[in-house]
Write a protein that binds this ligand. Sequence first.
Ligand SMILES: [Zn+2]
Length: 358
Amino acid sequence: MTTGTKAKKPIRTFYQEPTKSYSPPKEYNFGELIPHADSGSRASLIESLIKEHSSTYELMEPHLDPLPYLNKVHAPEYVEALEACSKKLQESEESNAWFFPSVFRVNQEFNRQHVQSNKHVGYYAFDTFTPVGEETFNQASRSAQSAVSAMDWMLNNNESFAYALCRPSGHHACHDYFGGYCFFNNAACAAERALETVKKVVILDVDYHHGNGTQSIYYDRKDVFVINVHADPAKVFPYFAGFEDEVGTGEGEGFNLNIIAEKDIQTHDYVEILENRVKPALLNFKPDVVIVSLGVDTAATDPLGDFGLTEDSFEAIGRFIKSINVPTVTVQEGGYDVASISKYVHAYMTGYLQGETA
Ligand SMILES: [Zn+2]
């Protein structure tokens, strides 16, 4: 139990300032060309929050090379292809050029792998929302670097909490294809770093959208238990995964848990799901480490979501994570109400710091 007099440790926050702004200009969304929701101001707002509350957060330099983890989580040819795409765009005469996936391989009988231009990038993509730019490989690698470094630091120092301020997000990125604004699966990279030291990891994904990438990467494994609480995929992205009867396969059977939350869900019902469904399953697994994929697009004000969560809800989620009493790395996923995302992330961290261990 924490005491009122004991000084709280700051939230160690792993983040690298982008070398160049990373801001996809537009996305092709169900027949409409619209401004991209993953705007460049998302990460800088969270960063400014850290500066405003300097006694709560301590910025840490990501120190660990992400490449071995990228190549473990993803097909090495996929990692190489993304690097090649970004390099090609850097060499392009056109300024701020992007590759927009439009043609996809799906399950075709013939699948010639080659990514040479805008025309071919769909080989590694599953939607038209996620263009590849000249900074994509750098930024996605740095994002994964923050996640693996947070885990490495926490385990090496026998600490109990760290925050990886990742952008782009990662939880929709699969073994060898990208989508949903995600290229490399940051939470999975952190899990692979953890498994070098410990035996069992839980990834708890509380983003509004189902983390289809994380689920697919660990679907047949029993060392990483993936738990998702999310909106009904029959109605919202990613549409084709995230149903409650998806429970894992082979050795992984029983180690994938999907919980669908209803539209407009409020704090009380959300916390009830965490306490009554997530907690027993999570504790029963006896994880050495928990990774929280934190999306704040569950907020009532989020333009992409339809949940009803508020600042109080995020505080409650933070307190819940603390009550689990397992070392935790929180990895940033979505959240698109740019004016308020920092407030929501701060509420989660405040809740964690105020929480008590079970
Ligand atoms: Zn999301």
